[in-house]
Ligand binder design. Structure first.
Ligand SMILES: [Zn+2]
Ligand SMILES: [Zn+2]
Length: 381
């Protein structure tokens, strides 16, 4: 066992704890992991919070007494079944800001921070949710997240505090910029761009509670966090599309869409300002689901075919709303669809009535009638 083994702090991300562990034991990272922990593999030239190495976890358990399950929880795997089904070790993942790893360098601003949290921390550390693209503001201090060092503009790379030749351990805290030595806790907090109070409340409620047990998504027909986030990412990506924003131009000021109608905004790699705008606009669109969304799409001419070609991968609450309300009228309703809704209601012991179809699909009364008629025809033929 090591003489000093700090406990993970609330919501701390694995790489932050691993860095503190080495620094508090007064060792450079390489020596610490290679010699003391006896792990000879590569650590810092990959996304440590995503790429979990079983041998590293077992060595950490052995030397710190932290169970491997706890360590896994500190990683981004924690968000499996909340934000995505399964987190792959490489490639882009929904909601995760990529690090842009190039050897031990980071080319992207993959981890953000709240300067006030860092300033208030007795022992500054980095939070797991600071890697999430929708985490645009600190729910505690209500300020915009920051993406890099305000003095030298370098991305946050706290693990590099424990590397290099002129390494002096004592004076470093994790809030220190590894490139220029600036204390990022001194950054001036910035205000989140203003939205209407209701949307802001939805945003902060989401940021505060999305990963808690029993959380109810703001769209009642999205039955779980996973289904909700799958639909939400489609909406923010949709709003990031140039062609869609051009259509929404008449509503740009009401929805505070990014003021660059000619640019495609890829959500996970856009700036915090752009992401916060796209997210707020999406959170506004889902209010009173699906009425507001349908109205906006109908008034701006956003039809099913303009929105997406493939609804198969979308969760029910979104795909059905698009299919039912934004498709061209008189499109024949596939029998399979009516059957699957019938089966779904049966499985949940709900009677096959118009109101239950409407509630389940977030669809219009007219569409529910068509479903009932389609199935009735199929059964009598
Ligand atoms: Zn904060
Ligand atoms: Zn700096």
């Amino acid at each position: 066992m090591l003489p000093i083994h700090p406990q993970p702090l609330p919501d701390e991300i694995l790489s932050s704890w691993m860095t503190r562990l080495a620094l508090e034991n007064q060792f450079p990272l390489h020596t610490f992991y290679n010699k003391l922990i006896q792990f000879k593999g590569e650590i810092w030239n990959r996304d440590t919070d995503r790429f979990l190495q079983p041998l590293l976890l077992s060595q950490l358990e052995k030397y710190t007494g932290q169970p491997q399950a706890t360590l896994q929880h500190l990683s981004l795997r924690y968000y499996e079944s909340i934000l995505f089904d399964h987190l792959s070790e490489v490639g882009n993942a929904p909601w995760l800001i990529p690090l842009g790893i190039y050897h031990r360098r980071r080319r992207r601003f993959g981890i953000h921070y709240c300067p006030v949290c860092l300033a208030e921390d007795r022992d500054p550390y980095f939070r797991r949710k600071w890697r999430l693209a929708f985490y645009v503001a600190c729910e505690k201090h209500r300020c915009l997240m920051e993406s890099g060092c305000p003095r030298c503009s370098a991305p946050v790379t706290y693990y590099r505090l424990g590397m290099g030749r002129s390494f002096e351990i004592k004076k470093y805290k994790l809030s220190t910029c590894a490139s220029c030595g600036y204390n990022m806790g001194w950054s001036k907090p910035r205000q989140l761009h203003s939205a209407d109070p209701q949307t802001e409340n939805i945003l902060f409620d989401l940021l505060q509670t999305f990963d808690r047990q029993g959380w109810h998504p703001p769209v009642p027909s999205a039955y779980s966090a996973l289904l909700f986030f799958k639909g939400l990412i489609t909406l923010v990506r949709l709003l990031g599309r140039r062609s869609v924003r051009q259509r929404l131009e008449p509503l740009a000021s009401e929805y505070q869409l990014p003021n660059q109608p000619n640019r495609h905004c890829e959500f996970e790699i856009s700036s915090i300002e752009v992401r916060s705008m796209l997210l707020m606009a999406a959170l506004k669109l889902i209010q009173n689901w699906p009425d507001r969304f349908v109205e906006v799409c109908q008034t701006t001419g956003l039809t099913n075919s303009r929105i997406t070609g493939d609804l198969l991968n979308e969760p029910f609450w979104l795909s059905q709303t698009i299919r039912c309300n934004l498709s061209r009228p008189n499109t024949a309703l596939p029998v399979e669809e009516a059957k699957s809704i019938h089966q779904y209601l049966q499985k949940h012991n709900l009677p096959f009535t118009k109101i239950n179809i409407q509630r389940t699909l977030s669809c219009s009364r007219r569409y529910a009638t068509r479903i009932m008629e389609t199935l009735h025809r199929e059964q009598t033929e």
